[in-house]
Design a binder for this molecule. Sequence first.
Ligand code: COA
Ligand code: MG
Length: 287
Amino acid sequence: MSFRLRRSALYVPGSNQRALAKAAGLAADALILDLEDAVLPGAKPAARDQVLEALAAPPGRQERVVRVNGLDTAWGADDLRALARSGADALLLPKIDDADMVEAAGSLLEASGAPDDLALWVMAETPGGVLDIRQIAAASRRLAVIVMGTNDLARALRMPAAATLDGLETARSLCVLAARAEGLDILDGVFGDLEDAAGLRASCQQGRRLGFDGKTLIHPSQIPVANEMFGVSAEEAALATEIIAAWEAAAREGSGVAVVRGRMVEQLHADEARRLLALHQATTEEK
Ligand code: COA
Ligand code: MG
């Protein structure tokens, strides 16, 4: 079973040298070095240079992703050209409305000599993008991850500003469906209230229930919570082990069903238990 741990992905403003320096030492599974929303127009070229410099350092355990500006802006094409061979693991494309936008970015990367293993991530954050998410998710062989951009989406839908993701369940579920249909990972939107620890925890829990692999974050203090909530606890791992053992025992007896702790277990539960165990193993190995 091959997968990457993506419990926590921290946005780091590309214009903030102090945050960039700090980020490499943090426990986030992924860093999203941001050139887009977190960077003012006047600071874009300098931020790009700072991000390129940060990427020149040898990679550690973290996946290093750069959120570029859209190709419909003054900076997008230069961002893609500059980052094609920068050492980044992936480039995150913002405000993707349709599959053509992904294809355009893919073509520019090919022309810029991007290595085959440079992945593309896409933001799902516009009404059109959410409605077309299945086609978007299938638009490039480089695609690896969908990222919910819930602030932009809420604003476009004219929802009142709030730290919670209330009202976005349908859009988020549609994107989870598309991610699973196309074999991609998917990360939930940010939780904006830095003082509300219980709210962050609840938001992670809701995201996990909807099927998300992890959460995007805005502050280092949010990392341990996301790692815990999207990780697999020792108790969950113990239950998974029991499920696999019970199902295998039943199968040996010629039955396709078993009962564990009063609940029915079928092949699908055993398969999911194996995935959870692999995830648990990956999180304990890194400690
Ligand atoms: N990535 C890396 N380091 C960060 C960080 C981040 N996203 N946010 C804060 N830090 C660092 C600070 O630089 C500071 O480092 P120091 O100890 O070396 O001084 C430390 O963590 C404590 O930061 P704090 O003072 O609590 O926060 P702040 O007031 O400096 O910043 C925000 C608050 C919200 C402005 C900041 O967290 C941020 O810019 N977040 C990302 C925003 C973003 O990218 N938005 C776009 C996507 S939604
Ligand atoms: Mg945005």
